[in-house]
Design a protein around this ligand. Structure first.
Ligand code: GSH
Length: 252
């Protein structure tokens, strides 16, 4: 629902990355769609960041940044919570306040998803497949990510009647995890790694289809090919940097 600048007494602007593969940007866009909020969408060249981005997020200098009536909100998870607070009349993402334990659980798992999936993905892409030691490292990174997904399969199973982690509708944990689905899909092509496997985690695989098929998600999902191209660009850059030991979490 980009464009329009926001009617109804509010003005929202989302600073995003030109390449449009960021799971962090995507989750904010899904949230804005679910809430029916209109926004301006500004694509940043992360190799030449604008003064607006640098002034809005001076510490990390990263996207996404959401500007609400000119005031910047940074960090995708913080933005999702902000949207719940600032627009209480719109569909809620986080579980209701009368379910504090559910809220805490979803916050915890969302933090684990970010702490695990993003570094594991980078590591899988980073290591050179031809080196035996690196192949082990890649397998370890993939196993760490797969173990997390198996735990989430368990969480989904605890809520057997629920279509989503958030209940009948997509919620906070769904949005955070779901924003990685295209990246997970791209790993099959880039590294022959299948993190999401219907045989291993059938409930999660069915959840992923439901999530990816929802209108609010489909319209802002990057093409798998873009993420594959991004991974290949990263790999080429890292390969060129002889002796580099750690992945650089840069999205140029
Ligand atoms: N923890 C941040 C991560 C944001 C992030 O890594 N953004 C990347 C794009 S996907 C970025 O702006 N990178 C630019 C840079 O590192 O200079 C969030 O959840 O918003």
């Amino acid at each position: 629902m980009a464009g329009g600048g926001g009617g109804g007494g509010y003005k929202l602007t989302l600073l995003a990355a030109r390449r449009q593969v960021s799971p962090f940007v995507m989750r904010v866009r899904v949230a804005l769609n679910l809430k029916g909020l209109r926004y301006d969408y500004v694509l940043e060249d992360l190799a030449a960041k604008s003064d607006l981005l640098l002034a809005s997020n001076p510490v990390h200098k990263k996207v996404p940044v959401l500007l609400h009536a000119g005031k910047p909100v940074c960090e995708s998870a913080v933005i999702l919570h902000y949207l719940d607070d600032a627009f209480p009349a719109t569909p809620r993402l986080l579980l209701p306040a009368d379910d504090p334990y559910g809220r805490a659980t979803h916050r915890l798992w969302a933090a684990r998803v970010d702490a695990t999936l993003h570094p594991a993905w980078m590591r899988v892409v980073r290591v050179k497949a031809e080196a035996a030691a690196a192949a082990d490292e890649r397998a370890t990174a993939a196993a760490t990510a797969a173990a997390l997904l198996e735990q989430l399969e368990g969480l989904l199973g605890e809520e057997e009647e629920r279509r989503f982690f958030g209940g009948d509708a997509i919620g906070y944990l769904d949005v955070v995890l779901g924003s990685y689905l295209t990246w997970i899909e791209a790993l099959r092509e880039v590294a022959s790694v299948a993190l999401l496997d219907a045989a291993r985690t059938p409930r999660l695989a069915a959840w992923a289809e439901r999530f990816a098929g929802s209108q609010a998600v489909m319209s802002v999902t990057p093409e798998v090919g873009w993420v594959v191209a991004y991974a290949e660009m990263l790999r080429a850059r890292w390969d060129a940097e002889d002796g580099a030991t750690a992945p650089r979490h840069q999205f140029k």
